[in-house]
Design a protein around this ligand. Structure first.
Ligand code: IMP
Length: 431
């Protein structure tokens, strides 16, 4: 199959960082295709920790080409700050190692402000719990056909017209929210002050990827967030504003879907979510606290405490179907070490009827009651295991049962944050 698409199969934070880093070592090109600097992961390479939000994981490894695709919403000031931070750690980010799609849409300060204002004004039940990065408002402008795009930075003569069009939408909106209007000169300054930092990286990414594909390069698509945060397929409206499913790797990069290859679904051995919204297997009790503390479940971008719960096989099976997942990378199994019993959601009860899917309606999502199966836990540790034989029998049973329930095999099992603490069943790039 050649190329690999990595997606989160739950609500994000499945531990994609370590897996993507592990795969990026084997890849020639690493591509982000959706989201923006709302993503966040920490890569640990030779004991040094690098925090990435916007940039593809390939940037920390020399000899890789990193690509920001058109499906990403790109904050030029966040880019400059992230680049500076990484360069201070000795990572060189040059136009030879990073290319940014000319047709990606920009995130501006007015998007961030709008994101914050809406969240602050929202009452209980309507607050999304966004990362506050302006992601949603930037995507709104993209589909509203008034976005300023990366390519406009290279064409300053076109900016006044683009800005006028944008402000014709935003100023009435701001007036309605009781905020001062913005003048065109302020936006022009925001863009022109940063344009020279971006223009050397601009490229026709669709063509670049087509060339790399024809040359036989291995391309890794690095998904952000998770399937249940997908704008169409997630727990709407408590979702992010992009498609996070594997199909978006094609639309969000310009490489045709027939070249996508192996779809790897990163899956945590239990469930977490940050922000608001339905979470059927949530354990707002001792179990949840145990998982949160042992799993160090705090957001990389916002530092927020993640909500924790049991593994939900219904949701992951749905994610397997939605993404066309060929195999799972199961992470954080060791967090379950020491529990007497472990539960798995195997179905839901909705108004007295048993269902095997997550309904699309929010009202129904709130009414469903999870049906649990209880498995015996294990006392020995799985942390650091590198062979199946190193795992306690009950842990192997748990993994095998998950495979059965979600209808996808485990391709990779991660047993600690260390990159070598991984049991590889099958190299996704080898197919
Ligand atoms: P936004 O993407 O900032 O608009 O936030 C929308 C929802 O997606 C919120 O519930 C966020 O907590 C969630 N979200 C966004 N990015 C991530 C991520 O990288 N991991 C987990 N949740 C995320």
């Amino acid at each position: 199959m050649g190329n690999v698409v990595v997606v989160g199969s739950q609500w994000g934070d499945e531990g994609k960082g370590k897996i993507v880093d592990w795969l990026s070592e084997r890849a020639d090109v690493v591509v982000r295709f959706q989201g923006g600097h709302n993503a966040g992961h920490t890569l640990v390479i030779d004991g040094v920790s690098y925090k990435l939000s916007l940039l593809p994981s390939g940037v920390v490894r020399s000899g890789k080409l990193s690509v920001i695709g058109n499906g990403v919403v790109f904050d030029p000031h966040a880019f400059v700050a992230e680049r500076k931070r990484l360069e201070a750690q000795g990572v060189s980010i040059s136009p030879a190692s990073l290319r940014i799609a000319d047709n990606a849409s920009l995130i501006l300060s007015l998007h961030r402000e709008l994101d914050a204002t809406r969240e602050n004004n929202a009452g209980t039940g309507t607050k999304i719990g966004t990362t506050g990065r302006g992601i949603g408002p930037a995507y709104e402008d993209k589909v509203g056909r008034r976005a300023i795009r990366v390519m406009d930075l290279a064409h300053p003569e076109s900016l006044p017209e683009r800005i006028e069009r944008l402000l014709a939408h935003h100023n009435p909106l701001r007036r309605g929210l009781g905020q001062p209007e913005i003048d065109a000169a302020t936006i022009l300054e925001e863009l022109t002050s940063v344009a020279h930092e971006i223009t050397p990286f601009i490229d026709r990414v669709w063509r670049l990827l087509d060339q790399r594909r024809k040359a036989g390069d291995r391309i890794l698509f690095e998904g952000a967030q998770g399937t249940l945060l997908d704008i169409d397929h997630g727990t709407y409206p408590f979702v992010t504003s992009s498609n996070t499913v594997a199909g978006q790797a094609a639309a969000g990069s310009g490489l045709g879907p027939s070249s996508l290859g192996f779809v790897l679904g990163i899956t945590k051995a239990y469930t977490t979510r940050v922000g608001e919204g339905p979470f059927p297997s949530e354990q707002d009790n001792e179990v949840g606290r145990f998982l949160g503390e042992k799993g160090r479940e705090f957001g990389t971008v916002t530092g927020r405490k993640r909500r924790c719960g049991w593994f939900d096989a219904v949701l992951v099976r749905q994610a397997v179907a939605l993404n066309g997942i060929h195999g799972l990378a199961l992470t954080k199994l060791d967090v379950l070490d020491g529990l007497d019993e472990i539960k798995i959601v195997v179905g839901y009860r909705l108004d007295g009827t048993v269902i095997d899917y997550l309904p699309a309606s929010l009202a129904e999502q709130r009414r469903i009651e999870p049906i649990y199966e209880t498995l015996e836990g294990w006392k020995d540790t799985t942390a650091g295991a590198r062979r199946w034989n190193d795992l306690p029998a009950q842990a192997v049973k748990y993994v095998r049962h998950i495979e059965e329930l979600v209808e996808a095999p485990v391709t990779l099992l991660s047993t600690s944050p260390e990159r070598d603490d991984t049991i590889l069943v099958r190299d996704p790039f080898q197919d």
